[in-house]
Write a protein that binds this ligand. Structure first.
Ligand code: ATP
Ligand code: MG
Length: 603
């Protein structure tokens, strides 16, 4: 491609809309253009990158026997009602764009495709002989994200590869899951990315085991905790650890103390001269289940620990059936206005104990459960002679014990947030460390959640009718492209990994006025293409400095300059990543570049 004929517009200044380096660079270098919040045009240079990533994905999928297809993006609401996700996706999370067609049928724009693929399997798979089966697609997804940001990282329209597998049993599912675990690693390695596979929460998609593939970068929205021996790594949403040991309590006797102005852990520890780990703190949450039941939740945990709201949501989801629901629509710490809707009297906030009476909840209210769900984190349950609120503003109790002053916890749960510095569960000698990550891929063992909901069954070898066992596997193709930039850039611009660079080389003519330069460049340009090297030719009527800057900005791995060295029958070749420059004979340069490309793709 000749730059003079391309839509090639680069910006000198960082666009105001962009916050992180990769977003700035993709905009400045003319890879993307924003049309609306979270909606971007993929311009020709980026499209080449996306095409290359897709080709790598297809090649890896091909080796696993997964088959490519393309499913509808317009999805009937009824299928989502069957799975029970219509309300959650269109209302609670509100992530699904929905519309009503001219026949008054509700439809959604696909944020993911479990419902569609399960409906197809329900119709087409009858027998165990057709299993296992694995289909995938590469397609635009729509998600009305709360906070679209960072360009392609979190778009409202983005490209995803998603795959779904069907099995007779868990063992077969695990086999495909392991295979995808390896394939996803291979895809990311081939794309030239450094990543870490981490244990993950399964979220609204549901199911049991899941792994996320994280590209480590400071701009990542996720936090990863890992042990330095490499055996444990997990998203903080899912991570478990051993908390620091609690400082033994010196409060031997149960006493209620006036503790004015000690509504926070910090002020209380100062006032009492105790450690935060001797305190049981109690947080009131308000949860709304589908079916319109509001339930008040009293969470007790050790004073030096924080609540992990993902774990808490998972625990509450388990309780949903008891309140006529299936899922959590909203989880909040109620502010005074929200409290006013259900509190019978003002809560002693900052002074609450685990035994806070149910009489704080107005009785006889429809849609509001009359008693607290009381969840006690293990860290709190393990304490003795602890400090906790006296359920009276300005007062705390010390020397409290479970079973004596406070009812023994009914539900022991792990709802604390694991933290950097905690001891690892598999080896308490190891301390967990933290890193930021960009989630690029996510693989799930779904089990029978969707097949059961939609009635997708098969007939087993023994003639039994059983639900299909499912897995699903996703990679953000457009997010991956930007993550590659986030992981590889310098002051001058993007430094693409060879495997996904839009072009592998760029031939620059410093001075269009010199015929020898133009001739040598044009000839090289065709020779490189003939040799299979994807090459750009900068034949624009611009100053040499501008061309060099642009070549660096767009991040092409090799720049070949037909400049001064031509007098000796040579061209200057500059490697983008290292900045190293070499003069190479005109008749040797094609083979030289070819070799370099081969080497870097093999690495
Ligand atoms: P996140 O937690 O970042 O919102 P997710 O858990 O919702 O991601 P999945 O539903 O597992 O993501 O989707 C599979 C992959 O699609 C993700 O790993 C990610 O690479 C990509 N992806 C998800 N949401 C977006 C988005 N809004 N923009 C770009 N890529 C996305
Ligand atoms: Mg998401």
């Amino acid at each position: 491609m000749r730059l003079s004929q391309m839509l090639f517009v680069t910006l000198r200044e960082d666009p105001a809309e962009a916050e992180i380096p990769s977003h700035k660079l993709l905009l400045r270098a003319g890879y993307i253009r924003r049309l609306a919040s979270g909606v971007y045009a993929y311009l020709p240079l980026l499209w080449r990158v996306l095409t290359k990533i897709s080709a790598i994905i297809r090649a890896e999928m091909e080796t696993t026997g997964a088959q490519e297809c393309l499913l509808p993006q317009l999805q009937p609401a009824d299928l989502w009602r069957e799975s029970g996700r219509w309300e959650t996706y269109t209302k609670a999370e509100g992530i699904m764009f929905s519309l009503v067609d001219r026949r008054q049928q509700e439809m959604g724009l696909g944020p993911t495709h479990e419902e569609i693929i399960t409906a197809i399997a329900r119709d087409m798979v009858q027998s165990y002989r057709q299993l296992p089966l694995h289909l995938y697609q590469i397609q635009t997804k729509f998600r009305d994200e709360i906070r679209p940001r960072f360009g392609l990282m979190r778009g409202r329209e983005f490209i995803m590869k998603d795959g779904y597998s069907f099995h007779t049993d868990e063992a077969s599912l695990r086999q495909t899951y392991q295979q995808m675990y390896r394939s996803y690693g291979a895809i990311l390695s081939r794309c030239g990315l450094e990543f870490r596979a981490v244990e993950a929460d399964s979220g609204a998609i549901g199911g049991s085991g899941s792994t996320e593939f994280m590209v480590l970068a400071a701009a990542g929205e996720d936090e990863v905790l890992y042990s330095s021996d490499g055996t444990y790594a997990a998203n903080v949403e899912k991570a478990v650890s051993l908390p620091p040991l609690a400082v033994p309590s010196g409060f031997r006797e149960l006493t209620t103390l006036a503790t004015p102005d000690t509504a926070t852990i910090e002020t209380l520890t100062q006032f009492l001269g105790c450690a935060a780990s001797q305190i049981v703190k109690n947080v009131v949450y308000q949860v709304l289940f589908d079916g319109d039941q509001t339930v008040l939740v009293l969470v007790s945990l050790r004073g030096d620990q924080e609540v992990n709201e993902v774990k808490l949501t998972n625990e509450l989801t388990k309780l949903a059936p008891g309140y006529g629901g299936t899922t959590v629509l909203a989880l909040t710490v109620p502010d005074p206005a929200a409290q006013a809707a259900w509190a019978a009297k003002p809560l002693p906030l900052g002074y609450i104990g685990p035994d806070l009476e149910d009489s704080y909840i107005q009785s006889g209210r429809q849609n509001i459960a009359p008693s607290f769900v009381r969840l006690v984190d293990r860290t709190a349950a393990d304490l003795q002679d602890f400090v906790t609120g006296a359920n009276q503003a300005g007062y705390h109790r010390v020397g409290v014990n479970w079973g004596d002053q406070c009812p023994r916890p009914e539900r022991l749960v792990d709802i604390r947030r694991a933290m950097a510095g905690d001891r690892a569960c598999h080896d308490p000698e190891q301390r967990l460390q933290t890193a930021r990550g960009i989630e690029i891929g996510h693989i799930f063992q779904l089990g029978t959640k969707y097949s059961q909901a939609l009635g997708a069954t098969y007939t087993s070898e023994t003639g039994e009718e059983l639900p299909l066992v499912m897995g699903c596997y996703g990679i953000g193709v457009s997010r991956l492209a930007q993550a590659a930039v986030e992981q590889s850039y310098d002051n001058n611009g993007i430094v693409w990994p060879m495997a996904i660079a839009p072009y592998q080389a760029i031939v620059v003519i410093p001075n269009l006025g010199e015929l020898a330069q133009v001739e040598a460049a044009t000839q090289l340009y065709s020779q490189l293409w003939e040799a299979g090297v994807e090459t750009l030719l900068d034949d624009r009527n611009e100053r040499a400095g501008v061309k060099f800057k642009d070549a660096d900005l767009i991040g092409i791995p090799y720049r070949i300059v037909t400049g001064r060295a031509l007098a000796e029958g040579k061209v200057e070749v500059v490697e983008r990543a290292s900045g190293k420059s070499e003069n190479i004979a005109l008749d040797a340069v094609v083979a030289w570049i070819q070799q370099r490309i081969l080497n870097s793709l093999a690495a």
